[in-house]
Design a protein around this ligand. Structure first.
Ligand code: SF4
Ligand code: F3S
Length: 107
């Protein structure tokens, strides 16, 4: 099993999560992070670090979040590793409570 980054991260990208990952399996895109499911050791350390609760264990994904399992796998293959926090995106506060952010995901 893996943990999965979900919609809440889009346009916010706080990056607090990456600092605690013992296997550096976070990958960074322009406005979202993705976890490599083949590298994640299911430790759960990252989950409480996200202020938006955007990181979810694979077996707890809601039906509408299932597409993020595929997205994390796909995007983590092509994006570079991020292993240090670098602060949130400039408009993170504005987007924190927004819904339907998937349309804004930049690849
Ligand atoms: Fe990294 Fe653990 Fe989070 Fe997986 S669950 S992404 S190994 S911190
Ligand atoms: Fe995204 Fe939360 Fe990490 S907003 S970058 S999953 S701390």
């Amino acid at each position: 099993m893996s943990y999965v980054v979900t919609e809440g991260c889009i346009l916010c990208k706080h990056t607090d999560c990456v600092a605690v990952c013992p296997v550096n399996c976070f990958h960074e895109g322009p406005n979202f992070l993705a976890i490599n499911p083949d590298e994640c050791i299911d430790c759960g350390l990252c989950e409480p670090e996200c202020p938006l609760d955007a990181i979810v264990p694979e077996d707890s994904l809601k039906p509408e979040q299932l597409q993020f399992r595929t997205l994390n796998r796909e995007l983590s293959q092509r994006w570079p590793i991020i292993d240090k926090s670098k602060g949130q995106l400039p408009d993170a506060e504005r987007w924190a409570q927004a819904e339907h952010k998937l349309q804004f995901l930049e690849r």
